[in-house]
Design a protein around this ligand. Structure first.
Ligand code: OOG
Ligand code: NI
Length: 476
């Protein structure tokens, strides 16, 4: 074993994600309980699916059980462009890149977001670890006093250790890679940035002032770290896990975000157990010694689960957004159950058959050759494209591409369920006019955000190119 050779990025990400999972399990034991529930449900779902026709069930979405066991996403909330740039540098070492722009101002949140995740299909297969990362937008805060105070607090805090910053420089000078020895220091040092600190970086009165402007602002600006606020395992049956969460006595969010239950799952369905009230010590007048601390509490950290479905094209996404908006309008300010009913009713307009979804250009697919051919297949007469003809003939197999990203309305719903005073109280989203600022986020992050649609289109095309090459065809 050579300690001076470079560690593979996929392996480093896997080690980091599992260290983070171990840390969060220690910090929030309920997360460990949730992981156990999800593991059991996934095992029995996989068993039940064996032997079923995979083209008509959700098993048509390719997922290895190895990937499922590892798969997590987390979320962090950052305060300044400097923090975001440095976090971006950390994630680069782990092979994670910013994909997509999420405008959260529509939900009345003073922030926008991106998702850091691997961008190679092979890396996603190894470990798709992703982090939903939000950045504060101070310009959206109403109170000048709260804005000034939070920026002052953020300007003073230091969420990265010197050793971590040093290792980032080293990694960058080595082409983005670390040796085994360096990686062993890097992982715990990077984790500190995302760990929970029981002593706040603001006085209780500062905390209360900032919190009065927006509860999220207190979470962003008043702590010594950028604590991870949840870590989400992926389940194959979110309804079953939700039921098991209830049975385990967890305070579960009142409704599942995203599309209704479907035969052919699309995009992403998510729900959570609600944020816990946790003890925090606040310094009095900058005095952080034990005797100068006052005890109060803070609510930020929760547990979430998700079920992933097919990635949809922009046409598929437009239909999803339109139907979701329609459902919310229909439901109005009513009970979660009524919202669910409205969503289920409205989404009857969304095709629920893999072949229809593909033929109508609503989802992205990956293609592979199921049979070898001796001769070039001729295009028969008829309306079907050659591709559809070859799929009908069983020569090419199509399966939906997994959605690897997030949904802004779902994210807003998750945020909101953890902010309100009520237990799990989340009705239909009350949407505000958007004030998105993609360029502002790109400037802060010092990188272009990858366009998710283009990414899926390219992933689909690559498999089509390979199939064409194998069959000796030129692409239409
Ligand atoms: C992020 C909430 C959004 C998701 O999976 O969409 C989210 C946060 O609370 O910081 O977790
Ligand atoms: Ni999440």
């Amino acid at each position: 074993d050579d300690n001076s050779s470079f560690v593979d990025g996929d392996e480093l990400r896997t080690n980091f994600a599992s260290a983070m999972s171990a840390m969060y399990r220690q910090e929030v034991p309920l997360y460990g309980d949730l992981i156990n529930i999800v593991r059991d449900v996934n095992t029995s779902t996989l068993q039940k699916r064996q032997g079923h026709d995979s083209s008509t069930t959700s098993a048509a979405i390719r997922t290895s059980s190895e990937r499922l066991t590892l798969e997590r996403h987390g979320a962090i909330r950052l305060g300044t462009p400097y923090e975001l740039q440095t976090v971006r540098r950390i994630f680069e070492v782990l092979g994670m890149h910013p994909v997509g722009y999420y405008d959260l101002s529509v939900a009345g949140l003073p922030m926008h977001a991106t998702c850091f995740r691997p961008k190679e299909v092979s890396s996603l297969d190894r470990n798709p670890f992703r982090v939903f990362t939000t950045l504060l937008r101070p310009e959206l805060l109403a109170s000048e006093e709260a804005r000034k105070l939070s920026l002052a607090l953020l300007g003073e805090r230091k969420i990265f250790t010197d050793r971590l910053l040093e290792l980032l420089n080293i990694a960058e000078s080595q082409g983005g890679k670390l040796t085994k020895d360096q990686a062993e220091v890097f992982i715990p040092q990077a984790l500190l940035t995302f760990s929970w600190r029981p002593v706040a970086a603001a006085t209780l009165s500062q905390y209360n002032l900032v919190k009065a402007e927006h509860p999220i602002l207190a979470d962003i600006a008043c702590f010594q770290s950028s604590h991870i606020n949840h870590l989400t395992p992926r389940t194959l049956d979110i309804d079953a896990v939700q039921e098991a969460m209830h049975e385990a006595g967890m305070a579960v969010k009142s409704r599942i975000e995203g599309p209704p239950p479907r035969r052919c799952p699309i995009l992403l369905r998510q729900t959570s157990f609600l944020a816990l009230e946790e003890a925090v010590k606040f310094p009095t007048n900058g005095n952080t010694e034990e005797k100068g601390l006052v005890e109060a509490s803070h609510k930020a950290r929760f547990g979430e689960i998700e079920e992933r479905g097919a990635a949809v094209t922009s046409k598929g996404r437009e239909l999803y957004d339109k139907l979701l908006r329609e459902s919310m309008k229909k439901a109005g300010d009513v009970s979660p159950k009524d919202v669910d009913a409205a969503v289920a009713e409205t989404f009857k307009q969304y095709p629920d058959d893999w072949s229809q979804l593909r033929r109508q250009g609503l989802i992205f697919c990956e293609f592979r050759c199921a049979k070898k051919l001796m001769d070039k297949p001729p295009k028969r007469h008829g309306d079907d494209s050659l591709l559809e003809q070859l799929i009908s003939d069983g020569i090419i197999e199509a399966s939906p591409i997994t959605y690897e990203d997030f949904l802004p309305f779902s994210a807003a719903g998750i945020f909101q369920s953890n902010l309100g005073s009520g237990a799990g109280g989340d009705s239909a989203l009350d949407l505000k006019p958007s004030s998105s600022d993609r360029e502002g986020l790109e400037k802060a992050i010092q990188r272009k955000l990858l366009d998710a649609d283009e990414w899926y289109a390219r992933a689909q095309d690559q498999t089509l190119d390979a199939v064409c090459a194998e069959l000796g065809l030129t692409k239409e």
